[in-house]
Design a protein around this ligand. Structure first.
Ligand SMILES: [Zn+2]
Length: 485
């Protein structure tokens, strides 16, 4: 019997709590005792920050996809604001979440690999809200969001919601975790009396392997009779850039099935808030930590490049009191903008981080796009290479910092980033040069040195390495759990 639950079973599961969530991962117990009993104002909105994994914006209905992968997210978008272009700070979960929580670029907070943890002197969204009187709780299912990496800072409760892996599964990548997350959220909501609260929910299941539970497994390609079943995405040599087109189509249909499965759980989560009478007094923010590649540039998966299929993610914000319903914004949003935007929507001071608040847009005002602030910076350290993508709404530069080499794409004429612009005197390249100067010499320079660097881990706890290995995250430089740097 497979570990994945069909939706009707998972609905039944919601009554159970904590349903396998890691009780051991409760940081800040001492801090919790210090939390003020009297809130500044209990009428402040709650905050629900939903971070999906591996969900590309262009595979959601509300972003123009032709399959019905996302009816519930589409509904959320119709009730809130959608950003047509939102750019992730990197192409994998760990650095991106550190940027989400701090409002800083990945090279500034420094959490760019699994040998480090976020320094605990950083101000984070959770710490900031907690010091204002919020309860802060996190429910995570990505194996990369473990407290060992420092991302649980500021949370009163931080629950790792992993499902048990059956013996016949080789990898936890084939596992489904969303029902476990939702059961834990439901349990917490039924017991919580603290208002307001900040809830972070991470739904990981759209990450490979692509083995959605029934009926999502056959939803988008029921007639396929080939050998591809979504397993072994990273390791199976048959899943390569030259694989038969029909098999690739099926693989993508399975990925879309995973998105539909996750979308159903987003819907259940919103239903919980609605039936608890919380939905309209909660700022709901939905995004994805990164996208995923299906050989658009000969690569598969994530954490290997910074093309748009990897960094263009959904961003939807719902809050009826101050966010217009059904509005779509063309301004380019970034991961680093979410912490200041949430603070601004609450009415708190906007933190002096690298991101800026998007909230003025909701009042019909413009946001600052002077200088280079309209560009988005994504960074990646992989295989000893530091890669930087500087994305202006009309053009994009990808830099390989070790070699000083760079390529420029004209996103208007070539949105698929298929052929680099070769004319060094073209307006696109001239603009890209200006973007680069601003990003490297002004934007990064003014923050460099102001924040503590990430701290080295003294070795990952036993078992974690094995699990991350199974997900293809380990590249060989990671110390064995017992090694001390
Ligand atoms: Zn991820």
């Amino acid at each position: 019997m497979r570990v994945r639950f069909i939706l009707t079973v998972c609905l039944g599961l919601l009554a159970a709590f904590p349903c396998g969530c890691g009780q051991e991962d409760r940081p800040d117990q001492a801090d919790k005792a210090k939390r003020p009993d009297v809130l500044i104002d209990s009428d402040w909105p709650n905050v629900l920050l939903i971070s999906l994994d591996s969900v590309r914006a262009d595979h959601l209905g509300c972003y123009g996809y032709d399959r019905e992968t996302s009816p519930r997210i589409d509904q959320l978008a119709s009730e809130g604001a959608l950003f047509e272009t939102s750019i992730s700070a990197s192409s994998w979960t760990l650095p991106t979440h550190a940027s989400l929580f701090t409002g800083l670029a990945t090279s500034i907070h420094g959490l760019v690999d699994m040998q480090h943890q976020l320094d605990n002197s950083h101000i984070t969204l959770a710490k900031d809200l907690k010091s204002a009187g919020y309860a802060a709780v996190g429910f995570v299912s990505s194996p990369l969001l473990q407290p060992v990496f420092g991302l649980a800072q500021g949370f009163d409760g931080y629950y790792r919601c992993l499902s048990p892996v059956p013996k016949d599964e080789k990898s936890i990548a084939a596992n489904a975790t969303s029902p476990t997350v939702l059961a834990a959220v439901n349990g917490w909501l039924s017991q919580n009396t603290h208002k307001p609260f900040f809830m972070f929910v991470n739904l990981w299941d759209a990450h490979f392997d692509y083995t959605p539970p029934a009926p999502f497994d056959t939803r988008f390609d029921p007639d396929y009779r080939g050998a591809v079943n979504g397993r072994g995405f990273l390791t199976d040599p048959r899943i390569n850039k030259d694989m038969p087109e029909r098999d690739l189509e099926h693989l993508i249909a399975l990925y879309d099935g995973e998105i539909a499965w996750v979308d159903a759980h987003v819907g259940l989560l919103l239903d919980m808030f609605k039936s608890a009478g919380l939905l309209d007094t909660t700022i709901v923010v939905l995004t994805s930590s990164h996208g995923t590649a299906f050989f658009e540039h000969d690569l598969k998966g994530q954490r290997n490049a910074l093309y748009d299929e990897l960094i263009k993610v959904p961003l939807i914000i719902r809050y009826p009191q101050s966010v217009p319903a059904g509005k779509r914004y063309a301004e380019q949003a970034r991961t680093i903008d979410l912490y200041p935007t949430i603070s601004d929507l609450i009415g708190m001071a906007v933190p002096a981080v690298m991101g800026r608040s998007l909230a003025p847009l909701f009042k019909g005002e413009s946001i600052d796009t002077r200088g280079g602030i309209e560009t988005a910076l994504s960074e990646l350290v992989v295989h000893g290479q530091r890669i930087q993508a500087i994305r202006h709404p009309q053009r994009k530069t990808i830099f390989f910092l070790e070699t000083d080499g760079g390529i420029v794409f004209d996103l208007v004429a070539d949105p698929g980033e298929l052929s680099a612009v070769s004319d060094a005197e073209s307006p696109v390249v001239k603009g890209a040069r200006a973007d680069t100067v601003w990003t490297q010499k002004i934007f990064l320079a003014q923050f460099r040195g102001k924040y503590p660097p990430a701290q080295p881990l003294s070795g990952l706890p036993p078992g974690i390495l094995e699990k991350l290995n199974a997900l293809g995250y380990v590249e060989g430089q990671l110390p064995a759990p017992s090694d001390k740097p």
